[in-house]
Design a protein around this ligand. Sequence first.
Ligand SMILES: [Cu+2]
Length: 70
Amino acid sequence: MFCNVHPDMAGYLIVSPTPYFATTDKTGAYTIENVPDGEYTVTAWNEGAKNKSNPVKVAGSTAADFTLSK
Ligand SMILES: [Cu+2]
């Protein structure tokens, strides 16, 4: 969504097809709570970067790290 008054003002709306999503904190860390064990594809998005999707096998507390690039 863009502002028609301020050309540098924009917002983003992401529709998630799953209840399992998170936003990062200012350090880039995120937590997705209550994900059942199983195999998933996790996709990371950030303004100006390419989407990054990685397969993740969740078994209890599981870490999935991403490095995004432009
Ligand atoms: Cu504005």
